[in-house]
Write a new protein. Sequence first.
Length: 229
Amino acid sequence: MTTDPQDPRFHGRRRGKKLRNRAQGLINDLLPRLAIPEPGPDDRLDPFALFPNRPRAVWLEVGFGGGEHLAAQAAAHPDIGVIGCEVFLNGIARLLVHVDELALENVRLFPEDARRLLPALPEASLEKAFVMFPDPWPKTRHSARRFIHPETLDVLARLLIDSGELRVASDDPTYIDWMLTVLAAHPLFDGGVISAGPRPEGWPGTRYEAKAHREGRPPTWTSWRRVGR
C-alpha cells in the first residue's frame, strides 16, 4: 500500500471538545479571511499572491497542531509568508488565537490535508517546510499513512528551492527510525539529526514537545537540505 499525494485519504480526528465562544468566533470570522480554498485537480496557485504584501519567501508547516511553532516563526520573520496546514478544528482555533493576539498578517491556512494543497503549488516555490511531531502511526500496517513517505518526499523535493530546508521533529522511536531511513534514502535530500534531546536554537517550542519531555521521550530534531536541482 502506498500514499497517493494526488488523492490522499485522511485518517484521524477532525475535531475535539466543543470550542469556546472566542475560538468559535475566530473560526467564523477570521478563518474565512485566511483560508486557502481547496484547489481542484487542475488548479495552480501562486503562494506569494496569497498574502497582502508579497513576502520575500514562503514557508510551509504541515500539521501545525496548536500553532505555537507557526505563530512564533511568523512573528519572528514578518518578511516571510507562512502557510499552515491542519485538519483538526481545535488546533486551527488555537492558531487563530495566536494570529489574532499577535496581529499577524503573514499567515495563511489550509484547513485540510496538506497533500491536497501541495500538487497545486509551483516548482521551487518554498524556502522551508516544517513537519513537527507528526502522527507516528506506529503500527507497521499503518506506515503508508505517515506524512514522511517516499511519495510525499518526491512532492516536497519538487516544491523546495535549491538548498531549501525540510525540518522534521519527532519523539516517537518508531517514527524517528522511519524518517531517518526514508529521508537518508531519498536522493534529493541531504542532512540528518542535529539534536537528540535539546531543542535547537531557532526552533520554537510546541505543546507536543513539552508533553514528550514530561513523559520521558526526548525529541529528535532533524534538518534536511534539498539538493540536486
